[in-house]
Design a protein around this ligand. Structure first.
Ligand code: GLN
Length: 484
């Protein structure tokens, strides 16, 4: 049965069976053996990790520890960590060391959590395979001939391979949930605003959210509890601080689970089978299955790609060679310097999206694309509000297929964009959703199901997911542990 790692480590740290230094050394050792093959980390700071582990041990011995104290984690390379390279895995930010910490990072470090390093990702979080990173691709620990998903592929691969107890990722259109599904782990995309975005390098600011990737629902709930809540440095953040983890009991009696058939169109047979089996479990456990309809689902993809690219074209305007990171070596004047820096510093996919975004925002096209997308976004929000009058959560696949083969994405760009169909609606509407493993396909690759909830109702999402986990149905193995 899949069980939480965090509680187990926390108990071992308190009983004196292990120390945080030992645990951290064990993770660092495993990273040094496996990371060259998986490329889940783009930087590891062993010295810093061991120093924090020492402090954590002292905290625990003084009886001051919190449940995450002394437990090692990884963090996506687009989340600012003071003095440590934070590059979004882009050449243009190589060498950039933020002068401040992201709020989520600060909240974990204040609790004595131990950061191991930064996780690999698609450049600027634009992608679904973690193959556009300037540090090279990451690989799926279940089968290195396949991708780990993206854009938080490094973080998901790290958890699956046991190279961190948990990681923090970001999700603009599926980047926590899809890699979690591809790697057979749990990923929670919180409600827009439930977790501070301060210090998250922006991609699509109205869609971006930070959330945990973990090896169990319980662990995801613990990390979510630690990072959530209002932050005066992010005016879009809010939400209460009631812990969710205490309320996970495995009971789904009377829970109304909505099934929108539109989510199941064009889904591969193996994925369908996994998700349907999960739905049967809920039906058999006393939940009420409600048929609902989301005809607007087909509009979600164009709406997402128009809004995300528009916001990205504006957000990425700041990388000009003057303020951060990379600057072209040779240029004639300032304009030439900016042009060369951006041409050389950004990868193909990032440039494509900046151009797309600039196009949909340009005069003459603004009304036809951007404004129309905003109007459709409102209709999608309304459609979800109506659905959630009839049910408490929705269950859907996370992605139409399991992990793509390595190198598939580069030649199948449109198909890759289309594979975001099941994840982007949640970001458009700002809803919380979790990705939970629900079996394997014929190639032995993990399948994920998605549980979507009402705004700020992570609790119901987590409770539903936990019921499946407690029944022992989420385990797709790997992570053979660390040697202590
Ligand atoms: N795959 C989506 C994209 O390429 C989602 C990315 C994300 O959530 N950061 O934009």
């Amino acid at each position: 049965m899949a069980s939480g790692k965090i509680m187990r480590y926390a108990a071992m740290l308190r009983s004196g069976e292990i120390t945080s230094v030992k645990l951290t050394e064990a993770y660092l050792e495993k990273i040094s053996v496996l990371n060259p093959e998986i490329n889940a980390y783009v930087s590891v700071n062993a010295e810093k990790a061991l120093a924090s582990a020492k402090e954590a041990d002292a905290m625990i011995s003084r009886g001051e520890g919190y449940v995450l104290t002394g437990i090692p984690f990884g963090i996506k390379d687009n989340i600012a960590t003071k003095g440590e390279e934070t590059t979004c895995c882009s050449r243009i930010l190589k060498g950039y060391r933020p002068t401040y910490n992201a709020t989520v990072y600060e909240r974990l470090v204040e609790r004595g959590a131990v950061v191991l390093g930064k996780n690999n990702m698609d450049e600027f979080a634009m992608g679904s395979s973690t193959e556009t990173s300037c540090y090279g691709a990451a690989y799926n620990p279940h089968d290195k001939g396949h991708v780990p998903g993206g854009s938080s592929g490094g973080g998901a691969a790290a958890v699956a391979a046991g190279l961190a107890a948990y990681t923090l990722g970001s999700d603009t259109g599926g980047s926590i949930r899809q890699p979690a599904a591809f790697c057979g782990v749990v990923g929670l995309k919180p409600t827009y605003g439930a977790v501070s975005r301060y210090g998250l390098i922006a991609y699509g600011s109205s869609l971006d959210q930070i959330g945990p990737i973990a090896s169990s629902v319980e662990d995801a709930a613990i990390v979510f509890d630690a990072i959530k809540g209002a932050d005066k440095r992010d005016q879009t953040s809010s939400g209460g601080t009631e812990p969710t983890v205490d309320k996970l009991d495995g009971n789904v009696k009377g829970l109304r689970i909505g099934i929108a058939e539109e989510y199941f169109d064009g889904i591969s047979a193996d994925t369908l089978a996994g998700v349907r089996k999960a739905i049967d479990f809920y039906a058999g456990s006393g939940a009420e299955i409600v048929k609902v309809s989301l005809p607007m689902l087909k509009d979600a993809l164009p709406v997402y790609y128009i809004i995300a690219c528009a916001e990205a074209s504006s957000n990425l305007g700041r990388y000009d060679g003057i303020r951060y990171g990379y600057r072209a070596a040779r240029y004639d004047d300032v304009n030439d310097m900016i042009m060369r820096t951006r041409s050389e510093g950004f990868g193909r996919e990032v440039k494509r999206r900046i151009m797309l975004g600039t196009y949909v925002l340009s005069s003459g096209y603004f009304d036809a694309y951007y404004k129309k997308a905003l109007r459709l976004r409102e209709s999608i929000v309304t459609a979800f509000t109506k659905i959630f009058a009839e049910c408490d959560v929705l269950i859907a696949p996370v992605a139409p297929t399991t992990a793509f083969p390595v190198n598939y994405t580069a030649d199948n760009m449109i198909e890759t964009y289309m594979s975001d169909i099941c994840t982007v609606p949640v970001n458009i509407a700002g809803l919380p959703a979790i990705s939970v493993p629900c079996g394997k396909d014929g190639k032995n690759l993990p399948v994920g199901m998605q549980i979507i909830g009402k705004k700020f109702d992570e609790l119901t999402v987590l409770r539903a997911a936990y019921a499946y986990e407690r029944a022992g149905l989420t385990d797709v193995s790997l992570d053979t542990g660390v040697t202590l």
